[in-house]
Design a protein around this ligand. Sequence first.
Ligand code: ACO
Length: 273
Amino acid sequence: MSERAPEDTVSYTVENRIAWVSFNRPEKRNCMSPNLNRRMTEILNELEFREDVGVLVLTGEGTAFSAGMDLKEYFRENEEKGIGATRHAQREAYGWWERLRWYEKPTIAMVNGWCFGGAYGPLFSCDLAVAAEDAQFGLSEINWGILPGGGASKVIVELTGFRNAMYHAMMGENVDGKKAAEWGLVNEAVPGDKLKARVEEIAGVLLGKNPTALRATKWAIRRVGEMTFDNSMDYLVRTQEAANFFDGEGRKEATRQFIDEKTFKPGLGAYDL
Ligand code: ACO
């Protein structure tokens, strides 16, 4: 196959308010090249404030979610050019993972296949993650003589705890989707042929929630993990008060539907938006 055009390294469609964004280098197992990282940044920017997008799903074309960083185009070719090119490439990659971590819309990683090394960055950036049972996860860095950088060491400790993280990073053995779910690397694993339907179901629930509250919630859950209890309490009070400026009516309407109309119960589902 001739070289894929830079603009084709990521593809997306928007259907029923879900943006399906795919790593699109299946012939290279969706490893992340500078072109792909640049294109992903553009597409995330384009989708973030679109009215017709309520949830973003990140997945991969073909047999891989993503085989991590491109050993040729991301590492070798930039290292040959020097530290400036290397830093620039790092910033482009880390930049879109950070954007995704603090995305305005809820995000779901749909891990359909291989997921290695650098791909743990965007995996962690997504708020939720669902894997195919036979997807394969690996910190393969040790197998080719580097440490799990690009946040991967932090992600594995954060999500799976010390013992699992140490074993996974030192041994270079893969785990499947089921084990990844047991460890907490993803929320759940389902048979591959049910993966899209399950992600659609989750996205459907999210689309029924108040978007201002969802955004504040996902950012709060990420922030409080690094705060003391008292700092969390303070942050949460202030964040809710700030959210009221954006959407003071949502909460009042929900209270009205519960207390006055008795048409919904917050303990059993979302109010009628
Ligand atoms: N970087 C560069 N090229 C890659 C990468 C990668 N990370 N992953 C796959 N490719 C390329 C292969 O070189 C091959 O290219 P070619 O067709 O020009 O020869 C093509 O993608 C297909 O790969 P195969 O190895 O033939 O595919 P297969 O399905 O047999 O194996 C697997 C898939 C297991 C994912 C294998 O490609 C692999 O081990 N990839 C590397 C995974 C990895 O360790 N990534 C780096 C993690 S560390 C980090 O990200 C910092």
